[in-house]
Design a protein around this ligand. Sequence first.
Ligand code: CU
Ligand code: CA
Ligand code: CU
Length: 353
Amino acid sequence: MERLPKSAAVALPSRRTMLSGAAALAAVPALASWVPGAVRDPGQPAAGHHPSHMENHAGHAGFAGGSVPPARAGIDPTAILHDFDRGKASTLPDGRTLREWDIIAVDMDFEIAPGVTFPGWSYNGRIPGPTLWAREGDALRIHFTNAGAHPHTIHFHGIHRAEMDGTPGIGAGSIAPGQSFTYEFDATPFGTHLYHCHQSPLAPHIAKGLYGGFIVEPKKGRPKADNEMVMVMNGYNTDGGDDNEFYSVNGLPFHFMDFPVQVKQNELVRIHLINVLEYDPINSFHVHANFFHYYPTGTMLTPSEYTDTVSQVQGQRGIVELRFPYPGKYMFHAHKTEFAELGWMGFFEVSAA
Ligand code: CU
Ligand code: CA
Ligand code: CU
């Protein structure tokens, strides 16, 4: 198992020793001010008067709470929401659409929380990587170049030949630093999918940032959504070991607390929700004051569930569809409190129609 460099260490104690609820909030003043009373246990004294293990670390250099401005972080989760990359499209002699992308693996640092630098491995310099969009039946070519310091692959979820699977030892297998390979297959089946590196040791190769969404639109399309977006749920292991210190949607902890997702009253919001979280077995998505229809893996056109909370294991994904009947600000977050308090929380801001 590869270890992250010590320089990536963050001054937070291991999450295994963290207290939850009021005690955890007490150590993160910016958080407490974002959601006064929403997460804090009303039975507990005010945050500042509740000594905790974490408070003892509050003077350390390192994470000071809040989100990093996107330009400084090198990640803009708001831009990623609507950034569907349809590739370079052309028409094949048989009339089908060919879509091509250039994907480059590159090692890059990201400031994922104030004062916390994450030495990431990225596709195209971003975490998560580009959201690739295709229509069912399109021919796809992904020209992959490994500009990183370690061997990598791109393993796509979907139906394709073994040698296009991005698995070490099969076909081209591991792509060494400086080498290139073109993955070629058809877009099938329709649904909300993902891609990620499949090099061993697998956990760090994924957790360092080598993943992205892969959306295959049904041939005849879905009912038109007014506001279609992608949310990739991830985590960051910043101090080694086999646990995460931060959690996020679209790559930047707490971002959507400071920059709420903008939606309009009553419009149809469609969210391609993808869980790439490593080290923790289950992630979840919960929205306040509303319910949504859920389409597991996005492979059916009828929803299987009407709920306000859904869980996903690693690699699981699905489509969330909802309308907000009232204007205002509504939280969404992992229903695992610990993940929420370490970055996986945000707001929808609903403007009046
Ligand atoms: Cu890799
Ligand atoms: Ca860790
Ligand atoms: Cu996978």
